[in-house]
Design a protein around this ligand. Sequence first.
Ligand SMILES: [Mn+2]
Length: 291
Amino acid sequence: MESNYLKESLDNFVEHPQKPLSECKAVLLPVSFEATASYMKGTKAGPKAIIDASKHLEWFDLELGKEIVKEVPIFTSETLKPKNVKGLLESVESSVKEIVSQKKFPLLFGGEHSITFPAVKACASSFDNLSVLSIDAHADLRNELNGEKYSHACVMRRCSETSKIVLAGVRSLSAEEKKFAEKSGVKIFFGNDFSVKEVVDSCSKNVYLSIDLDAFDPSIMPAVGTPEPCGLDWGTVLGLCRELFKRKTVVGADLVELSPIKGLRAPDFAAAKLAYKILGYKFLPKASERF
Ligand SMILES: [Mn+2]
């Protein structure tokens, strides 16, 4: 099918020779969008930083015992650069709809967290009983911020209109957000000391996974717009992803809010590695059962 959006990027993830879209299982969709950021800026540069860092990844994954990129054909799409919220909602929803209608796995790179809602909307129209698991330092349950209903700070509130919401890693929210969560049945696992099993148990069968990189502790992920102390470590996030992919059907995912810091490569590399691990967990499930 000819697409308006899914064009092959010349700058592809892990720099592995790319197969045509029809032969790929996963589609990476970089979304360079930043309009509603409230604190520090810079997430627009996130997708390119992840792709640049991915070129230095070791193809062989020690845990899965495989060269993931050789097992999973990955298509890197040209970067979407919407100029405003309307363009964001339209371009991301259309692109993700097309990816899932071709039975491929969408993995989006942000950009600010507002890119998640149109992706969830597309998945919710294709999959019954969809949960959104958002791993994030913030609840993002405000109804609006500065008059904008599609702000990054409102993204889970918008998603709650189509899907069940489970949040993990939350260290910061307003009194109103807490009240809304209690009233509407949004399940929140606070801080960094929760049962991974309980988080996964709270999700329905089909899950969209959104990882706001500020869920991590700022000591390992300082390159985010809104860093919050006392966050998750690498092992916890990986453990949660491993358990989720093993027990649920993850239909789409995103990594958002990377705001690269000049001269500091570790956060970009960690984000690229997390994306690579997610593709491994999605498509090489038998290997992950060893753990
Ligand atoms: Mn956040």
